[in-house]
Design a protein. Structure first.
Length: 313
């Protein structure tokens, strides 16, 4: 028969107070209730735990051994409660966040700084991946919060995810500073049918944005260079090899020699904060989500991108 922990802790109270009556008074029980519980514990232990006499009670050898274990359990329970209180009060704990490269170079550092200032005892672990990898890490619980993105033609629509829209990030045109379009307030893609283009390699989403946008404008883009990151694309644009499209958030660290020109009716991607819908968010996750929303709002004002869409789910 297993030992009841609550009865073990009650035995430790009896030992500390020296009698069943004193322990009952301290715990607001009746002496009869205490005596019954100790009797059940003796049955579980298979041997007497107390020797009763006129002056009170005395622990048997088995009783002393059980009280020592009960005292250790009590200390462990108190430590567990204190640790839970620390986590609830954001005085300790860990938060695992997933991000993608453009968010990792713009939005995320501001969030990490904000969380560090508000809750310095919380340890942050950040993983970077593309969309599929982030979704997999959320599903496997390798991360607790994930920064995701989507476009109208490829929505993140997974009922297992709770999504908080952070930003509406429009596509912009980048040209060299000496290009005739560099001073324009905006440009329509139909004007760019005869231009050459820098696009992204490796089936990057912005390559699909260029293809879809050009086809909608009635032309096939002439590709001069396939870049492997936005800095490489900017370098090629700066020397006049071609122009390029990029999400506005990817242009917060702009290379010299580049001009950003707004596009009329440009495709816009949503930047989303995701967590598993089935998981109840921890206090740390709730605090982090608030920081993400505040930082995204401030960043939108600084770089001229849009306020978030209404909540997705």
């Amino acid at each position: 028969m297993s030992l009841d922990v609550r009865r073990m802790l009650l035995l430790a109270e009896v030992a500390a107070h020296g009698s069943l009556t004193a322990a009952a008074q301290a715990l607001a029980y009746t002496p009869s209730a205490v005596s019954q519980q100790i009797g059940k514990l003796e049955i579980e232990a298979g041997q007497p735990l107390l020797e009763r006499h006129a002056r009170g009670v005395e622990l048997t050898l088995a009783g002393r051994a059980l009280v020592e274990h009960a005292q250790r359990i009590d200390r462990q329970l108190r430590a567990a409660r204190a640790e839970l209180d620390d986590i609830a009060g954001l005085r300790s704990g860990e938060l695992r966040i997933g991000s993608f490269p453009t968010a990792g170079s713009s939005l995320l550092p501001l969030v990490v700084r904000g969380l560090g200032r508000a809750h310095p005892a919380v340890r942050l672990v950040v993983r970077s991946a593309q969309l599929t990898g982030l979704l997999n890490m959320l599903e496997s619980r390798e991360i607790e919060l994930g920064l995701l993105w989507d476009y109208d033609w490829s929505r993140v629509d997974d009922p297992s995810l709770a999504l908080t829209p952070l930003l509406a990030d429009p596509t912009a045109l980048i040209v060299s500073r000496d290009h005739p379009l560099a001073g324009r307030a905006s440009v329509n893609l139909r004007e760019l049918a005869d231009e050459t283009w820098i696009t992204r390699a490796d089936d990057h989403p912005v390559a699909e944005v260029l293809a879809r946008s050009a086809h909608a404008a009635g032309f096939e883009p002439q590709i001069a260079f396939h870049a492997h990151d936005y800095q490489e694309a900017q370098a090629m644009v700066a020397i006049g090899l071609g122009m390029a499209l990029a999400p506005r958030l990817a242009l917060t660290n702009l290379r010299s020699g580049i001009a950003v020109v707004p596009l009329a009716s440009a495709p816009t991607r949503r930047i989303l904060l995701a967590r598993l819908a089935a998981r109840r968010p921890t206090p740390t996750e709730t605090a982090a989500e608030q920081v993400f929303v505040e930082v995204a709002r401030d960043l939108a004002g600084q770089v001229g991108i849009a306020e978030p869409h209404p909540a997705a789910r």
